[in-house]
Design a binder for this molecule. Structure first.
Ligand code: GLU
Length: 428
């Protein structure tokens, strides 16, 4: 069978409706972007990337989504204390390019607005912009799992219109929080913003932050403490002057960029990215925002709605030549997605498949609905699916009773026929 996650992402894009807003025009090259491009990607912590949309392979510039990553590298290079002396971590409520410095300390308010991001760029080790940018691109590439490069046309274009960022850099220097040459720093910062990515790259980079700084190949790219600092600042300051509204309504720490990219990190679960160039009044992708709102709604991904960390194992074994999928533990979206992948690996055919839910401890609505859909698709593939569900995990998947914990009985809804145990299911 084909796992339904990719289909879900396609349907999500189809359901978005009319777009609104305008493409960024203050960078001449971005004003020429095709405003209708659209893509979304989701990356799991173990390296699975689901992607949908006609712009799935399109490259666009990372722009401000570079800010959390460069901030991370600055902390890794200098230590958190030194970075905090230069850049505060307070949400400013200001627009991205506001001249926003603390009146007492002169520090930029946070590293997610341009003033703080320019200061963060300057804190990355390297003698000049070129040296810093080389390290920055190497670092982003490790996170993305492939070699990234710079879109030179966008870089030239943005640098030719970088007066405001130049003003910010001179301003920061005047109050003593920038130790590098301002013009060279803006050149480096602008190159950092011009790194070219796809939604899959961004989703994978986000998944590394979601995994506490570790890539799917178990490369610990960021110390967990640095990773946590970056995510905290993204959560409070990542969405410009709509950061508060975003955290409350979407609940996924995120960062947007003026080229239309939007990256979200759900700690311990997934990395998500969207691309659609039209921006709202805050500079965030209009349809990107809607994609995140929908995902939060459909998959229960709000940070503050997360329950305790879940453990589950899905194991396939054969009994008398019949495949038995034994599912154990707590089921939420992430665990259910794994189970789906196990189902997806089952070759189509008429052989019976036993799904044993006897040792599931806890399951939320989303996980139960996903399991039902997986079972439906195994049947469409021709399998005789035999369910062992003595306490009714699947019981009320369609009536939505929230999270079921073992010992509670589900009420109502569609209850698939269940065998009492694996032995009887195997006998059929
Ligand atoms: N390179 C852009 C700038 O500094 C980034 C802004 C953004 O993506 O919000 O103006």
């Amino acid at each position: 069978m084909q796992t339904p996650i990719a289909d879900y992402l396609e349907l999500l894009l189809e359901s978005l409706g009319e777009d609104g807003g305008e493409v960024a025009s203050y960078i001449p090259e971005l004003a020429n972007a095709d405003p209708d491009r659209l893509a979304v990607a989701m990356a799991t912590l173990d390296g699975e990337v689901y992607v949908a949309g006609e712009a799935a392979d399109a490259e666009f510039t990372i722009q401000s989504i570079s800010k959390p990553f460069t901030y991370a590298l600055a902390i890794a290079d200098q230590g958190l204390g030194a970075v905090l002396e230069h850049i505060d971590v307070e949400p400013s409520g200001d627009a991205f390019n506001e001249i926003s410095l603390d009146p007492d300390t002169g520090r930029p308010r946070n590293p997610m607005i341009n003033a703080g991001a320019i200061a963060a760029h300057a804190l990355v080790h390297g003698d000049d912009a070129d040296a810093r940018v080389e390290r920055i691109v190497d670092f982003y590439s490790r996170l993305a799992g492939r070699r990234l490069s710079i879109a030179e046309d966008v870089f030239e274009s943005e640098l030719s219109a970088a007066d405001r960022n130049m003003a910010l850099a001179y301003m920061i220097r005047s109050v003593g929080t920038l130790d590098c040459d301002p013009a060279d720093t803006v050149r480096g910062y602008t190159r950092q913003c011009s790194v070219s990515v796809t939604v899959s790259d961004l989703a994978r980079m986000a998944s590394v932050l979601a995994a506490g700084g570790r890539t799917p190949d178990r490369d610990q790219v960021l110390e967990p403490a640095v990773n946590r600092q970056v995510l905290s600042v993204m959560a409070t300051c990542g969405m410009y002057n709509s950061a508060g509204d975003w955290l409350a309504s979407v609940g996924i720490p995120a960062k947007s960029g003026v080229a239309g990219g939007l990256m979200g990190v759900l700690p311990g679960q997934v990395g998500i990215a969207a691309f659609s160039p039209r921006l709202d009044a805050h500079g965030n992708s209009t349809r990107g925002r809607r994609i995140f709102e929908r995902m939060n709604h459909d998959m229960g991904l709000h940070l503050m709605a997360s329950t305790e960390s879940a453990h589950s194992v899905s194991r396939r074994r054969e009994v008398d030549g019949i495949a038995v999928h034994e599912i154990v533990g707590d089921l939420h979206f992430v665990e259910a997605e794994r189970v789906l992948r196990e189902f997806a690996a089952e070759p189509a055919g008429e052989t019976p498949v036993v799904v044993d839910l006897d040792r599931v401890h806890r399951a939320n609505d989303i996980a139960r609905r996903i399991l039902l859909e997986g079972i439906r698709r195994l049947r469409l593939d021709g399998h005789d699916v035999r369910i062992v569900d003595p306490w009714g995990v699947l019981g009320s998947a369609e009536t939505g009773t929230g999270e079921l914990v073992r010992g509670e009985q589900a009420h109502g809804g569609y209850v698939p026929a269940s065998f009492p145990d694996v032995a009887s299911a195997v006998r059929g």
